[in-house]
Design a protein around this ligand. Structure first.
Ligand code: NAP
Ligand code: ZN
Ligand code: ZN
Length: 349
């Protein structure tokens, strides 16, 4: 079946309308009519070939929400009409130890929602900047938010789980002082989630105009990280830092803010490396530097349910598909509060 999409034919070309093929649903497949798709900074990194190995045509998008429009004969968990989501994962081996623990995100055979090999034409996966997608039921998430919030739920499928998973893994909760670095799509979700988990949240931004806005997201304190005095006021006081910044920057300035035994986890994935950390900043206080990638399917469902229960959604700006190139330029300038979401109905126009 042919479906309308938006994608790029090369890394140095803008995104443009294109027709793509979707497979007919197999016995375990769920076909979804996509209502909205969030715009992640990873979409920019990949469509522009900033990370190695982009396959073209590239149709990005892994923050997908919509309604089930058909199910395969053996699908038990979903019915036509259900509100569902698809995040960054559409397949994995389902046999290895990681899959067995529900950590499909760390499976060596994980298939991402776009830019990963598949038997379907054109030989690699195509993402959510499209009208429709067909996904094995194992990777389909249930949405329990009210339908009126659907567009603002979309970013939970990547920005939500990518921040929720490390906050849970490092057991963030009451009594912890937690830093969130970078107030973009991921960072603004990190602030909301850490706040809902009961932590004292300090937001770090390079953008003075975000200072007040960050408080309304749930930050107890906001630091403009270019200001050395403001940074110094938090020296050796943070239990955990979640660093979401999409560009290389000085990590040492943030290590200095961790307590003894504190951890900074990187989720931002810049195209070029950070300057290497100063080792004494780590060894003198037994500090750790860590990384984390999205989250597994069970934890993504847990995160969606947690957000539904706590009334958490993303702060979004809804756009038409033909505004995507302009949206990318604005994201690179940090000019979005805090996530663009495509209204996929605009693809029909
Ligand atoms: P985003 O909305 O563009 O936000 C990134 C934020 O980083 C910006 O809002 C800005 O915050 C800060 N920033 C950007 N450039 C900076 C610079 N040169 N110096 C200092 N701060 C800078 O991006 P996103 O969608 O949240 O994604 C963030 C990163 O996470 C991307 O690299 C993306 O690929 C990656 N990612 C990783 C995973 C994973 O599984 N680990 C999943 C999704 C995304 P302020 O204005 O507040 O300073
Ligand atoms: Zn993403
Ligand atoms: Zn596996």
């Amino acid at each position: 079946m042919t479906t309308k999409a938006y994608g790029a034919h090369a890394g140095n070309q803008p995104l443009e309308p294109m027709d793509i093929a979707r497979r007919a649903p197999g016995p375990h497949d769920v076909q979804i009519d996509i209502a909205y798709c969030g715009v992640c900074h990873s979409d920019i990194h990949q469509v522009r070939s900033e990370w190695a190995g982009t396959r073209y045509p590239c149709v990005p998008g892994h923050e997908i929400v919509g309604r089930v429009s058909a199910v395969g004969a053996h699908v038990a968990g979903f019915r036509t009409g259900d509100l569902v989501g698809v995040g960054c994962i559409v397949d994995s081996c389902r046999h290895c130890a990681d899959c067995g623990e529900g950590l499909e995100n760390y499976c060596d055979h994980m298939i991402g929602t776009y830019n990963f090999p598949t038997d379907d034409a054109p030989g690699h996966t195509l993402g959510g900047y499209s009208q429709r997608i067909v996904v094995h039921e194992h990777y389909v998430l249930r949405i329990r938010h009210p339908e009126a919030q659907l567009a603002a739920v979309a970013p939970l499928l990547c920005a939500g789980i990518t921040t929720y998973s490390p906050l849970r893994h490092w057991k963030v909760g009451p009594g912890h002082k937690v830093g969130v670095v970078g107030i973009g799509g991921l960072g603004h979700m990190g602030i909301k989630l850490a706040h809902a988990m009961g932590a004292h949240v300090v937001a770090f931004t390079t953008s003075e105009p975000k200072r007040e806005a960050a408080r309304t997201l749930g930050a107890d304190e906001v630091v403009v990280s270019r200001d050395a005095d403001e940074m110094a006021a938090h020296a050796r006081s943070l239990d955990f830092i979640l660093n979401t910044v999409a560009a290389p920057h000085d990590l040492d300035a943030f290590f200095a803010l961790l307590k003894r035994d504190g951890t900074m986890t990187l989720v931002g994935a810049p195209a070029t490396p950070h300057p290497s950390p100063e080792v004494f900043n780590l060894i003198m206080k037994r500090r750790s530097l860590a990384g984390s990638m999205i989250g597994g399917i069970p934890e993504t469902q847990e995160m969606l349910d947690f957000c539904a229960e706590h009334g958490i959604v993303a702060d979004i700006e809804l756009i038409r598909a033909d505004q995507i190139n302009e949206a990318y330029e604005r994201m690179i300038k940090g000019d979005v509060k805090y996530r663009f979401v495509i209204d996929n109905a605009s693809l029909a126009a």
